[in-house]
Design a protein around this ligand. Structure first.
Ligand SMILES: Nc1ncnc2c1ncn2[C@@H]1O[C@H](COP(=O)(O)OP(=O)(O)OP(=O)(O)O)[C@@H](O)[C@H]1O
Ligand SMILES: O=P(O)(O)OC[C@H]1O[C@H](OP(=O)(O)OP(=O)(O)O)[C@H](O)[C@@H]1O
Length: 231
């Protein structure tokens, strides 16, 4: 059976991914021309590479149309319910670090924790005429964290497809959930992370779709061992 591994075709994880595969003794060669979205691993028959974007990789692992992928943990956990049941995080790769965080305006001096935020949410409508509004592209992670983990129910999510950190100043949301790495975008927008507001510490991972056909397939274990040996 051919095993398909999805790797980023562009973006911030692309170069680190090919470096790790080189170190793993799995040098990737493009099939066809430079713009081709298929590749193979030199010397590894039965392994195929699919080049996709980071968020497509998470989707394709989720629906089982690829066997492995390298993408951010944030995109995998946001993209599917019960991620650990459907996929295996085989290795954390040490790049692509980003935290998914809850951030509020710095001038909210009395709000430093999720419990404080819960208090604010409770009478937000009475005070401001609308429910506490959260701008994010991380709907699932936000709902799990606010509702299931912190019992905060009185909020509304507005989808943000970009420039999320600008939403509070623009008036389109009160607070945000987004990723941060250096923290400079949050600082530039006068937002602060709540002290217990780190939803997920994400990094690039080797992720496997849990498929019955993998059981007893030596190639599956060989790929995992090779990537782990490169860390
Ligand atoms: N500063 C950062 N900003 C955004 N994403 C980051 C950052 N640092 C690490 N990442 C991670 O990179 C991944 C997204 O990669 P990238 O932005 O290259 O994807 P992309 O090519 O834009 O993909 P797509 O088009 O599918 O969104 C996410 O898992 C994210 O957590
Ligand atoms: O903490 P920092 O180092 O400031 O990084 C965080 C920012 O970087 C990303 O945006 P980016 O400009 O990369 O665009 P993208 O969302 O399209 O990837 C992300 O969406 C944050 O806005």
């Amino acid at each position: 059976m051919t095993i398909t591994i999805a790797l980023p075709s562009k973006g911030r994880m692309k170069d680190d991914c090919s470096a790790i595969f080189d170190r793993a003794g799995m040098p990737i060669v493009a099939v066809g021309n430079d713009r081709s979205y298929r590749g193979r691993v030199d010397g590894w028959d039965g392994v195929e590479i699919a080049f996709l974007s980071a968020s497509e990789i998470s989707r394709e692992i989720g629906n089982g149309s690829v066997d492995f992928g390298i993408t951010g943990e944030d995109l995998v956990r946001e993209g599917m319910a019960e991620a650990d049941r459907r996929v295996e995080f085989c290795a954390r790769l040490g790049f692509g670090h980003a935290d998914v965080v809850v951030a509020v305006p710095e001038i909210w001096l009395d709000v430093d924790t999720m419990a404080d935020l819960g208090d604010v949410a409770a009478d937000f409508r009475a005070r401001h005429g609308h429910r506490l509004t959260v701008a994010t592209k991380y709907w699932r992670l936000t709902q799990q964290f606010f509702s299931s983990q912190h019992g905060i129910q009185l909020y509304r999510i507005v989808e943000s497809l970009g420039a999320t950190e600008g939403a509070p100043a623009a008036g389109s949301a009160d607070i945000i959930v987004d990723i941060t790495s250096t923290g400079s975008t949050l600082r530039a927008n006068h937002l602060k992370i709540l002290s217990d507001g780190i939803i997920l510490r994400s990094e690039a991972c080797l992720v496997r779709a849990r498929k019955e056909s993998h059981e007893g397939d030596p190639m599956v274990q060989r790929i995992i061992s090779a990537v782990r040996s490169a860390l």
